[in-house]
Structures are given as structure tokens and as C-alpha cells.
Design a protein around this ligand. Sequence first.
Ligand code: IPE
Ligand code: MG
Length: 242
Amino acid sequence: MDGNGRWAKRRHLPRVAGHRAGVAAVRSTVETAARIGIHAITLYAFSEENWKKRPKSEVDFLMRLLGRYLKAELPTLNNNNIRLEYIGRRRELPEDVQERMEWARESTAKNTGTVLTLALNYSARSELVDAFRSIVKAASQNGGVEHLKIDEDTIREHLYTRHLPDPDLVVRTSGEMRLSNFLLWQLAYAEIYVTPTLWPDFRGVHLLEAIAEYQKRERRYGGLNGDSHAQPRHPTHEKAVN
Ligand code: IPE
Ligand code: MG
């Protein structure tokens, strides 16, 4: 979700006005995803870098906005059968925010539709570091590291995203052509869609445009044109957009 600051600047507003305006974009996008039966949508709300490199006043604003969002949007999430999850180093967030996050997660835990995962204080490299640490810890509790066997499934099971299939499509707003430390392992075969639309202007209709573009792509997973064997090693969830 990029471009909030530029959206505000164009209107001669403070940056935080762009963040506030971004909430309507989240609501519209998430509701549309749920309505068309997307299995999972993950929003990069803020990175570890954002948190460490932005002025405290902006970070504090984002924290308050998140707390308010979780409370105000809960009915929308429940009405749309959306289950909330998180990825990122949660324990570094303010305690009251963590409590609100847990409360919102539990309040949607029974929902069976779209999984909405918020990436908060997230960094893909930190996720991999945490996964490796967790693998070694699990091994040392289970007979020692000398018997440890590691394959792709081992790593997958220790990522924050173990509840999710790999994404089919990544949408980046505001025209930036970077992954910015987002889901580096999981995006190995994802289709990338970059739109110049700034996040506060993004709506469900833009998601539909991205999906229409995605549907024109040919996914080969390293195989050849028209090759019926071209499949992901781990097929994505059957309800995912395919
Ligand atoms: C994205 O908008 C929102 C967050 C990272 C929280 P930015 O704040 O990065 O907006 P730009 O990139 O300065 O326009
Ligand atoms: Mg930005």
C-alpha cells in the first residue's frame, strides 16, 4: 500500500492525511476481495524499515490509525466472513496495539471466508532469520541438530505465512517497481502488477483490473509454453484466483 505521502502532498496536506485516506482504500479492496471469493489477501501495512526510519510522530499516528481501524472495521470484517491474521515481529509493537490486534483476530477467528493478513512491522529477511532460528530450536528440542533434514517444506512451515498459500499476484501501487522486502520466499512465482494509482485512490475496481490483467498472463513456473507439466511445486489454494 504505497503512495499515501505523495497523495497528501499533491493536495498540500500533511502526510498523515494520506494514511487516513488509505483506510477507505483498504475497506473497498478487502470487501471486493471477499465478495469475489479470493482465498487470501495480504496487505503490507508497514515494514520494519518504516517503523525504524520514519519520524516518531508519523509512526505514532500509524499505530493509532491501526488501533482505530481494527475497532471500526470489525463489523465489516465479520459481515464479509473475513478472518484476520498478522505477519511481522508483533512483539516490538506497542502493547495496547498488540492487545487490540489479538482481540480483533479472536473476534474473526470463526470466519471461514477470505483470510486478511496484515503485515505489520514486517520484513521478509527478518522472517527468514526467524524461520531459521525456529528450525534450529525445534530440532534441538527433537533429538538434536545433527539429525536435522531441511527441505523447502521445512522452511515453509516455519515462515510467518505457514497459514497461507503462496500469492498468485502481487499488486504494487504508486508505480514503484520494487519488492521492498515483502514475502521474498513466497513471491518466487507470483505475477507482479504495478499501477501508478496511489494507495488512497485505490478501490475494489482497481483490484478487478489487476486480476483481469493477471488472467491474461501465462504462468510457466520455469516450464515451457503450453506445457501441461508447468505447475507450481506447491499448487496454490483451489479457491485462489487462477
Ligand atoms: C504507504 O505510503 C504507507 C506506509 C508505508 C505506512 P507512504 O507513506 O510510503 O507514501 P509515499 O511513498 O511517501 O508517497
Ligand atoms: Mg512509500
